[in-house]
Structure formats: C-alpha cells, structure tokens
Write a protein that binds this ligand. Structure first.
Ligand code: PLP
Length: 381
C-alpha cells in the first residue's frame, strides 16, 4: 500500500497476518464481522457454504468452544453464550412458548430460581417449582401444557444428585422434554445427554473455564433444539465474545486434570472434616461417577464455632461468591446465593447461619485441611 495516504494505510497495513494456518493454538478471531471477496462469496454464505458473516451470529472461537463441550457431553450440537444465565434462558425458550408450562426443581441455583420464578411469566410461560427428590411429586404437577422438566445434576449447596434415569423415564412417559444444568458435575463426571436428557447447560464461568477469569455459558443437545436456542441467543444479543470463548476453551483443556485432582482433594477434605468435632454435618455426594464425586463440600458447623471469626481466620482460603476455580474458596449461602430468601424459606431447604460451602481447589489437600482446621481452632467460642 505504497501509494495511499496515512489514513488509508493505517487500516490496510502490509503487516496483516490474518491467516497463519499452522499456528499451534487457535487464534482469537477478535472481529465483529467477516469480509467477502465478491458477491458470489457473499452469496455462498446465504447458501450455507461459508459459515461466518457477523460475530453476534457466529464466530470461530465460540464455535470451537461449543463444539468442544458438545463433544465432551457426547451431544450432536452446542452453542456458547454470554453467561450461564443466558444459556439457561435460551434453552428454556427453545422448548416453551407462551401458554406453556414448565416444572423446575425448587433447589436450583439462585439466579436460575429468580429467572424461572420472576422472568418467565413475562414470556407467558407458567412455572411450578417442586422438590425433585421425589419424582412422583413431579409427576403430579405435570399438566397438558407442561413442556419441560428443569433441574440440576448436582444441586447447590447440599449436593443432591439427580436421578437422571428416573427423570428421563418420567419425561418420556409424559411426552415432555428435560433440561439439566450440569455445571457442578461437568462432563468429566456426568454426561446427562447420554442418559437421554434433551438439553444440557453449563455455566462455563465455573469448571469448564476453571480459572475464575471469564463469564460464559454453553448449551448442548440435538441439532433442532440447539438451533432454536441459538436463534434466541443471536436475536437477544446474548452471544459470547471471541476472547471470552478463547479463554474458556483454553481453560477447558485442563478440565480432566483439574476435576481429577479437585475431586480427590474434596474427598480428603470431606473425610477430615467428617471427623472434626466442630463440624455437625458434612454434605458430600457418593457414587456420582467412577471418576469421583465432585469438588464441592458443604459443611454445617456446630455452635461451638463463632462463624464470623471462622471467616476471618481462613488465611489463604478466600471468601468468594463463586466456585470451581483452581484455588480453594469458601462461600456463605446465607449472605450470598440464598440472601434473598426469608428465614423460613431458608430453613425449609436446610440453610442456616452455620452452613458453609467449600469449593476445593488444586492445592495439596494436606494444606487445605490444615488451613481449615486452623480456622476452626481459632474460632472456637
Ligand atoms: C453460576 C451458575 C449459574 C449461572 O452462571 P453464570 O455464568 O454466572 O451466568 C447457573 N447454574 C449454576 C449451577 C451455577 O453455579
């Protein structure tokens, strides 16, 4: 571009390296749109021969992430979105239309609870929330309008493990679809789609990304439902940015390594705290999968502990209103995820001032146990 002016050169510079085909890592396609060499090329997009036009609709980085998670879940299709929440909304709207009804588990993640109870009505969707621990109760609230059963493979904070076979059997009998939030289990431990669940959703913000540096969602299922959900994500502008997709994809490379170590560590922490006289109850699931039981441990302390002092005595274990990073963190459901509930509502699901959720990281488990035991010793009443 020798014969052009500064203002032209600055956008058509010679150093352009947009195509380096043997780059070992996927480049970040940090572009809002794609260009076309002629009108035939543009036409080829609309005929379905060329995948990319505009990033809100589709981008190689989000495609790569969605494809990876779909493959890990053994589902034929996937779509990435701006957050776990937008993926959940898109999944529900792919199935339920105005006038339809869905049944959701009453112990779902706080944000999902709010979405389902406060927002779905604006789309004309009716909702019933019940405990999914007894599927007969779920069966009783299914009506002719019911289109979807919504739950989580492992619940928060008490880590109830969903009976996926029972759920799918009930849904098929009643001719309704199922959608499962698999965030806590990850496809390393459970693959709900292989059990017949129709839509599987993840907050990629958690274990799939794994490094607490990105907010993202992924939804997987069959081509038809994922296409319908993609339409919602594109139209609502709830797409994931290329850089965030790239970060999540990069984090996902170590999902197996992290889950293996974090589940092992969690098992050791659950064991040690189970023997501690300041701990009333340890909630840690059993037999989630042959690979482990997940990396979240919830405990209820007894009243020999000053809980405020416990949180002050945790040293390098930080208080964080999230989970699934490589560092061990603690969260306090009463003050964070379940803050909006009344005391009575909290009591109903078993959350009181002594319930603490631990997200176990990749450190050496002896150090995690030592740090927690020290905090318990330092916070005795
Ligand atoms: C965090 C979380 C969500 C919401 O995901 P965001 O990425 O924060 O939107 C949904 N479900 C579960 C189980 C979660 O832990």
């Amino acid at each position: 571009m020798t014969n052009t002016s500064f203002d032209t050169k600055i956008v058509h510079h010679k150093a352009d390296q947009r195509l380096v085909p043997n780059s070992k890592s996927t480049p970040i396609y940090q572009t809002s749109a794609f260009t076309f060499k002629d009108l035939d090329h543009l036409e080829s997009y609309y005929e379905g021969h060329s995948p990319y036009l505009y990033t809100r609709e589709r981008n190689p980085n989000t495609d790569e992430l969605a494809g990876t998670v779909a493959e890990l879940e053994e589902a034929p299709a996937g779509v990435a979105s701006s957050s776990g929440m937008s993926a959940i909304l898109a999944g529900i709207l792919a199935v339920a239309k105005p006038g339809d009804h869905i049944v959701a588990a009453e112990d779902v993640y706080g944000g999902s609870h709010k979405l389902i109870t406060k927002e779905l009505s604006t789309f004309g969707i009716d909702v019933t929330m019940v405990s999914f621990s007894n599927l007969e109760k779920v069966s009783e609230v299914i009506t002719d309008q019911t289109k979807l059963l919504y739950t989580e493979s492992i619940s928060n904070p008490f880590l109830r493990v969903e009976d996926l076979e029972g759920l799918v059997a009930l849904a098929r009998k009643k001719n309704v679809k199922t959608m499962v939030d698999n965030t806590f289990a990850t496809p390393y431990l459970l693959q709900p789609y292989t059990h017949g669940v129709d839509l599987v959703v993840h907050s990629g913000t958690k274990y799939i990304g794994g490094h607490s540096d990105v907010t993202c969602g992924v939804l997987v299922g069959n081509e038809e439902l994922v296409k319908a959900a993609t339409q919602k994500i594109v139209t609502f502008g709830a797409n994931l940015s290329p850089f965030e997709a790239w970060l999540t994809q990069r984090g996902a490379k170590t999902l197996g390594l992290r889950m293996k170590k974090q589940s092992y560590n969690a098992e050791q922490v659950a064991k040690a705290l189970g023997e501690h006289d300041a701990v009333r109850t340890v909630y840690y699931p059993e037999k989630v999968s042959e690979r482990g039981n997940g990396a979240i441990v919830t405990i209820e302390l007894n009243d020999s502990i000053d809980v405020e002092a416990f949180f002050r005595s945790l040293g390098w274990v930080k208080i964080a209103p999230t989970l699934a990073g490589v560092e061990t963190t603690v969260s306090y459901p009463v003050r964070t995820s379940h803050r909006a509930l009344s005391n009575t509502e909290r009591e109903k699901i078993g959350i009181n001032d002594y319930v603490i959720r631990l997200s176990i990281g990749i450190e050496d488990y002896e150090d995690i146990v030592k740090q927690l035991e020290k905090a318990l010793a330092d916070s005795k009443n």
